[in-house]
Design a protein around this ligand. Structure first.
Ligand code: AMP
Ligand code: MG
Length: 454
């Protein structure tokens, strides 16, 4: 692998990271390489690219580290998390190149530092689809098998590593880590680094917080417009610059229900579909708290930051309206709010498939379960009064059962379903030839639960 590495994070003060090389694996085998992304970053891979992604060979110029962070997990404070199964090789063209599943690190606690092919494949497919759908996200550069089996609840599973690309991996929890330790020097260094990378170099924490809240509101509105459930919106999985990060038990909904949950560990439905905006606002409040030590006048800052965080709901409402008005093809005015809410209520009552219902918006919702609702005709007429634009909706999202089938096939050594799904996800607004890539799951294919990568 040849790339022009910069290692600006590794040049920050010591407490922000620990130097750590990826742990070599038995037998690297390349599964997928995202050549378009590599080209865009100016990375050239040789035939032995799998060795680099597996961590068996460190590319020239890289300075591998693991990053420190903390976080609230399901609302509970954990003062020390950190990259327990990932290393940051360095930055290329301003983007982090991270290996996930790369072995134990000083932050691994009881974990093995590894990932199995299931979550690696899921993150690859879903993050690339999100990118094609126009959602800010980390991306997938490459995926390898390690030739090692790792132990999970389901037994021994094939190990894998994902090479992931991101504008950075700076989380709300990264700020929390230093704020909680009252390590002001590190917090200030992290702040300046983050501001330079993501917030036009401002030195005003209030400006950063305001922009973070705006981006987070827009991001969650985009997720919801796709029926996407992140699944683990812990503060360590909340990127400060409004980028989707850490795809774990995430999923796109099939039949719409506002309280849908997929994650096997989300017992209290904390991260249910409709709870996502409230949780994002809560995460921004934690970000605000972590920025407070940087402010001279604490009381004034508390007042200012409280206002900014309270601004989340209006920002979210506006972003959500914009997303759903585009989906329905109606004018973006507050008058549309009732129409949107009623459409979703009817869909929930009918168990209508989220993606196919909206994909039929242009055709008058022909053949959808929504159209069978007793209130549909009146709603449709009201919508016609506000119609101004052509509805914009994806035909293809990586449906949960297809991701599961791709994982099952990959475990059995067949990558064809993975490639079909990846390919279809590159052009989500185009209907693929194969109807299996767009059809809702048959009852026997339905996936009710998704699992974390651990
Ligand atoms: P996640 O739920 O994937 O966001 O991870 C939460 C924390 O657990 C992070 O600090 C991860 O680095 C760590 N972690 C997750 N899986 C493993 C693993 N297999 N080995 C070591 N650490 C892990
Ligand atoms: Mg995480």
């Amino acid at each position: 692998m040849k790339a022009d590495f910069q290692n600006t994070y590794a040049a920050l003060p010591d407490p922000l990271f620990v130097r750590q090389a990826p742990v070599p694996v038995a037998q690297p085998k390349g599964l997928a390489l995202n050549e378009d992304l590599a080209d865009a970053l100016g990375i050239s891979f040789d035939d032995d690219w799998a060795d680099v992604v597996a961590g068996n060979r460190i590319p020239e110029g890289a300075d591998p580290i693991t990053q420190a962070y903390a976080g609230h997990q399901f609302g509970h404070w954990n003062p020390q998390l950190g990259d327990g199964r990932a290393v940051l090789l360095g930055e290329v063209a301003g983007f982090d190149i991270q290996l996930k599943g790369s072995g134990r690190t000083p932050w691994s606690r009881g974990g093995d530092g590894r990932a199995w092919i299931g979550p690696v494949l899921r993150e690859f497919i879903v993050s690339e689809a999100m990118h094609a759908l126009g959602v800010p996200t980390t991306r997938a550069l490459a995926m390898v098998e390690t030739g090692e089996k790792i132990l999970r609840d389901d037994g021994l599973l094939p190990g894998a590593v994902l090479a992931r690309v991101a504008p950075s991996h700076i989380r709300v929890g990264t700020f929390q880590y230093f704020a909680a330790r009252q390590d002001l020097d590190s917090l200030a260094a992290l702040f300046e680094h983050t501001a330079d990378r993501h917030f036009d170099g401002t030195r005003d924490p209030g400006t950063v917080l305001q922009a973070a809240v705006e981006r987070q509101a827009a991001l969650v509105a985009q997720w919801m417009g796709l029926g996407f459930i992140h699944g683990v919106m812990n503060t360590d999985n909340a990127h400060v610059a409004g980028i989707t990060i850490d795809y774990g038990p995430c999923a796109f909904m099939d039949a719409f229900h506002p309280m849908k949950v997929f994650s096997s560990i989300d017992h209290g439905s904390r991260y249910a579909f409709a709870n996502q905006p409230g949780i994002a606002a809560w995460n921004m409040a934690q970000f605000a708290t972590a920025l407070l030590p940087l402010m001279d006048d604490r009381d004034a800052a508390i007042a200012q930051f409280t206002d900014i965080v309270h601004g989340f709901s209006d920002l979210f409402e506006a972003a959500y309206r914009q997303v759903f008005c585009a989906k329905l093809g109606v004018a973006n005015t507050p008058d549309a709010d009732g129409l949107i809410a009623q459409a979703l209520d009817m869909m929930a009552e009918q168990g209508a498939d989220f993606t196919t219902t909206f994909a039929q918006a242009e055709a008058g919702f022909d053949g959808t379960a929504l159209a069978n609702h007793p209130d549909f005709a009146a709603w449709f007429k009201a919508k016609a009064d506000l119609a101004t634009t052509v509805p914009i909706n994806p035909q293809v999202i990586p449906r949960n059962h297809l991701v599961q089938q791709a994982i099952d096939a990959a475990v059995a050594g067949d990558l064809a379903p993975f490639h079909a799904l990846w390919q279809a996800g590159k052009t989500p607004f185009k209907r693929p030839d194969d109807p299996a890539l767009t059809a809702p799951p048959r009852p026997q294919d339905l996936v009710q639960r998704t699992f974390c990568g651990t």
